[in-house]
Design a protein around this ligand. Structure first.
Ligand code: XUL
Ligand code: CO
Length: 441
């Protein structure tokens, strides 16, 4: 696709791979999309997606001050014309970054309808625009979602709202967004329960709200099958913010919820770095656990700030952290329908249009370096070999018999007595392993 006549970005040509030795600034030094690593190209491994909401919709405000970015498409009079201009800029951004996917919420892309009928018609009009642009550029949709948290009707939750009419409105919005995602060939559908939680237990019936939430998701899953949408539904865990407590707290909590409401066949997770931190976990903890539980789906790639306790959604640049995350993803077999979505925003002082490009390019390169490192670590067994040694006892005949349920507590205890067991503690070798990882970066 050629650059549009009236342009927002200063850069005109797509960002290209130049190699690590080059001094070129707006260029990929590590992300070589066609380079094959462990049987797949970098593009196929990483499946990068640019998100609509932070890059095209966020005006740069914070709780103490308003808009800093002054994006031209946010200052018009005709909402549909503004949405179309925004789509032009969005697809120019995707073209310049040369990434394969994008993601959006219904209200990011289309003007919010005054009612569900208007909502459906606005989303459909934007789907016409997206469809033509996707056809022309080959860009794909990683996932779509509905914003069930910004409008004041959702202040007490969507599916978990005390009012069933709010639940019904949310169902209407999800039906429109899910069908739009299917129409655009989306690979997944995401549900982030931004206000599915509580501000105070004084007015809350938790059991009732969880049952409502379980029923809502079951209805979404039923509809997914009814319309023949192939991709998984992905829940995005987050423990708090905007509410004091959110029911999709972390991967472990979501797993318990899916099991209780019998949703494991249809729903996986979309894990976000900053959400993992808010839950008191690391990013690789959440990925390792999702793999262990068989619910790993996709990731929202960003980072928090060690000194700020909220969801800062900064662009991920820490190669060390990303290497460990990619290591766990590759170990689990890599992405299938999922990918790496830049749920990240430039800081409010980064007001130049090209700051959006530099942010994505830096983070894409960080992920590419991480992929190279992680793949080499897996090939060498940097962590897998010591991990296997650490658990080697469980590979013995006796270890396997215990896990297979062939021994009772008394059997095991009797053997410990009969063989006069006196197990010797082994080193956890943490610093040694940290050194090995450091040398792999
Ligand atoms: C909010 C967040 C959302 C979801 C999609 O913290 O991460 O942008 O990714 O609703
Ligand atoms: Co997110």
């Amino acid at each position: 696709m050629n650059a549009p006549a009236s342009r927002f970005f200063g850069a005109t040509e797509p960002v290209r791979y130049v190699g690590p030795e080059s001094d070129a600034e707006l260029a990929y030094h590590w992300y070589d999309k066609n380079r094959v690593i462990a049987g797949r190209t970098m593009a196929e491994h990483l499946r990068f997606a640019v998100c609509y909401w932070h890059s095209l919709c966020w005006p740069g405000g914070d709780p103490f001050g308003g808009e800093t970015f002054l994006r031209p498409w946010m200052h018009g009079v005709d909402p549909m014309a503004m949405a179309k201009t925004k789509a032009d800029v969005a697809f120019d951004l995707f073209r310049l970054l040369d990434v394969p996917f994008f993601t959006f919420h219904d209200v990011d892309a289309a003007p919010e309808g005054a009612n569900l009928t208007e909502q459906a018609s606005n989303v459909s009009a934007i789907c016409d625009v997206f469809e033509a642009k996707m056809e022309e550029t080959g860009l794909k949709l990683l996932w779509g979602t509905a914003n069930l948290f910004s409008n004041r009707r959702y202040m007490a939750g969507a599916a978990t709202n005390p009012d069933p009419d709010v639940f019904a409105y949310a169902a209407g919005q999800v039906r429109i967004a899910l069908e739009a995602t299917k129409r655009l060939g989306g690979a997944n559908y995401v549900l982030w329960g931004g206000r599915e939680g509580y501000e105070t237990l004084l007015n809350t019936d938790m059991k009732r709200e969880l049952d409502q939430f379980g029923r809502f998701l079951a209805m979404v899953a039923e509809h997914k099958h009814k319309i023949g949408f192939d991709g998984p539904l992905l829940i995005e865990p987050k423990p708090r913010e905007p509410t004091k407590h959110q029911y999709d707290f972390d991967v472990a909590t979501v797993y318990g919820f899916l099991e209780r409401y019998d949703l494991l066949a249809d729903v996986k997770v979309n894990i976000e770095q900053n959400h993992a931190l808010l839950a008191g976990h690391t990013f690789d903890h959440e990925v390792m656990l999702a793999n262990a539980l068989g619910i790993f789906g996709s990731i929202d790639i960003n980072r928090g700030d060690a000194l700020l306790g909220w969801d800062t959604d900064q662009f991920a640049m820490d190669v060390g952290e990303l290497t460990l995350v990619l290591h766990e993803i590759l170990k689990g077999g890599g992405f299938t329908t999922g990918g790496m979505n830049f749920d990240a925003k430039v800081r409010r002082q980064s007001i130049d249009p090209d700051d959006l490009l530099f942010a994505h390019v830096g983070s894409i390169d960080a992920c590419a370096r991480a992929l190279i490192n992680a793949s080499a670590m897996l090939e060498k067994g940097t962590l897998e070999r010591p991990r296997a040694e650490r658990y080697a006892g469980w590979e013995s005949a006796e270890g396997k018999a215990i896990l297979a349920g062939e021994r009772s507590l008394a059997d095991v205890a009797d053997r410990a007595i009969a063989e006069k067991l006196d197990p010797k503690p082994c080193s956890g070798r943490q610093e040694r392993l940290e050194g090995l990882v450091m040398r792999s970066l």
